[in-house]
Design a protein around this ligand. Sequence first.
Ligand code: DGL
Length: 276
Amino acid sequence: MPGDTRPIGVFDSGMGGLTVLRALCARLPNEHFVYLGDTARLPYGTKSPDTVRAYALQATHLLLSEDVKMVVIACNTASAVALDALREALAPVPVIGVIEPGARAGVAATRNKHIAVLATESTVKGAAYVHAIRRLMADAMVEQLACQVFVALAEEGWADTSVTTAAIKDYLEPLFAHPGAPDTLVLGCTHFPVLKAAIQRYVGDAITLVDSADTTAAAVAETLATSTLQTDISAAPRNIHFFATDSTERFARIGAIFFGREIDSGDVTLVDLKMV
Ligand code: DGL
């Protein structure tokens, strides 16, 4: 019995969510995936909650038209402002966001209960991480830092350039300028894991950097295991199809940096979400 062989839908505003897809592929070797990056409308992180919700609804409808069995919102901004609306609109299809898993990773890592969350402007404004972390650790001290320029650097593939180093210093210096600094940084944006090595070098090895990719993959695996949605044996080799709302060539080229392996531009379809 092959179980439910329908794909899992993964959505992000751009290519950053490929870091989550990478963790999902590692954790769930038998599952098929459809990934949508709304590259034409990125960034979401500077847009109003209403706009992000409208975009996310359009995006997830495209995924539903691909007959996905579950949706992963691999975008912190969309998870922060649109998760409830998406769950309501997509029911009974399960929808999993990245904020709760990211908060769990931060709480598991901290020793001094002082966590800083690096995210987009929109995620910081809504304070979704602060609420999620405090639900798990009521006495945690949580600082937030909007690092919007990191998104542009990551989308450019500038993982470790002199400009990247300068931006990291400018953003993070104030966090460590006072005693009792955080011991854990949550990379609360799907794009930031690409800059992880450069950030780690700046903050030093005593600070733990966590992101939501692995914990989100664990949450998806748990949901699959407790439902009838799991694929037991994949009859065919794993299939991943990509959709992008802007250049498929660029998606394949830059996306490979996030995904950690080659993406064939023939596997990427250009889509206009306003037409879905
Ligand atoms: N995907 C967004 C997030 O994780 C970052 C990029 C954007 O601003 O759209 O918050």
